[in-house]
Design a protein around this ligand. Sequence first.
Ligand SMILES: C[S@@+](CC[C@H](N)C(=O)[O-])C[C@H]1O[C@@H](n2cnc3c(N)ncnc32)[C@H](O)[C@@H]1O
Length: 367
Amino acid sequence: MSEPTSSFDSRASEYLDKMVSGLIADGNIADPRWQAAFRAVPRHLFVPRFYRNDQEGSSIVELASGDHWISAVYSDIHLVTTEDVRSSSTAPSLMASMLQALELVGDERVLEIGTGTGYNAALLSERLGPDQVVSVDIDPDLVAQARERLEVAGYRPFVAVADGVNGYPDAGPYDAVIATCRLDYIPPAWLQQLRPSGVIVAPLGAGVAVLRKSATGDEAAGEFLPAAAYFMPLRHQAEPTAVGELIQIALNGAGVRRPYRFDTSMYRDNEARFWLDLTNPDVRAMTVDGVSVVIRPDGSWARLADALVVQGGPGAVWDDVEAAHGDWLAAGRPSRAQYRLRITDAGQDVFLAGRSGPTYRLMPLPD
Ligand SMILES: C[S@@+](CC[C@H](N)C(=O)[O-])C[C@H]1O[C@@H](n2cnc3c(N)ncnc32)[C@H](O)[C@@H]1O
């Protein structure tokens, strides 16, 4: 990057320096090569505005140049970058742990799924050079903006509009794939486009999976980073439009009534939630008008109040969530670092390392 040319640039560079020093002091960027990359890429060029909620829950935009804007951009926080919350810039500490988990040497070719602001693509380009980085986003407007910002910042990775579930075969194969949107399973196309011994780092449920393809290329295995991670979903897996209607049915429907074993507070425990999100990825639990409501895109619903659950629709969603939570408790409340992930031609399985306990198949493959 060029030297600061104005008092604003020099103020931004002080903020950047302070943020990176803080990330290093807190042990979030141990690798000196990533320390240098974070120092070189100015986050503010990629987040010229962000949105936050005020105390009443209304959206407020923070525009470039305000003091609040620059200090937030150089804080270790995640920033929502579109008013409809379809994209965001991930918290830098989480970005750093995901980038370091790629274990790059420096000559790898990397595919990023979820270009968003372009900041992560810039960090990868700083580390690997422009010809080695391919980044795709499903949203054409975001891709156009990211291209402009990358250009201004002096980076030229290959950025394309594409549905990341298909990877990006035209520019592969890759040594690594990094995703910054949440998945329910690892798309088979990523494994096909990954070289033997290549790495995938991807948010899975409420965690980040780190997988290495075998040298023979016939399976991939890995684990989860210890930190919680709540990414936006890969968009085709996002909720259908009938959500509002389903919430109303859940609030008022006459379904089957019984005492509940567990209430929705289990979702507030990060480790319990990890298992619940993996095993029941489509379930959404929320509070509406003081009532706990649970819905699933298949039209199943439940509401919990006064020690009773009332549920209806095609499936018994609360039975499924309680069963998963019961499995987690019976296994001794494992944390995400204890799980392993194995992908073969037979399917994608999550299980507890070295122990008997719940096993979950993420994506059963057809016979
Ligand atoms: C958390 S943001 C990405 C943050 C980004 N890496 C950055 O540095 O700013 C997640 C992004 O995933 C994108 N996305 C969602 N579904 C996608 C899909 N099916 N294929 C590609 N990108 C997708 C969204 O448009 C959004 O920009």
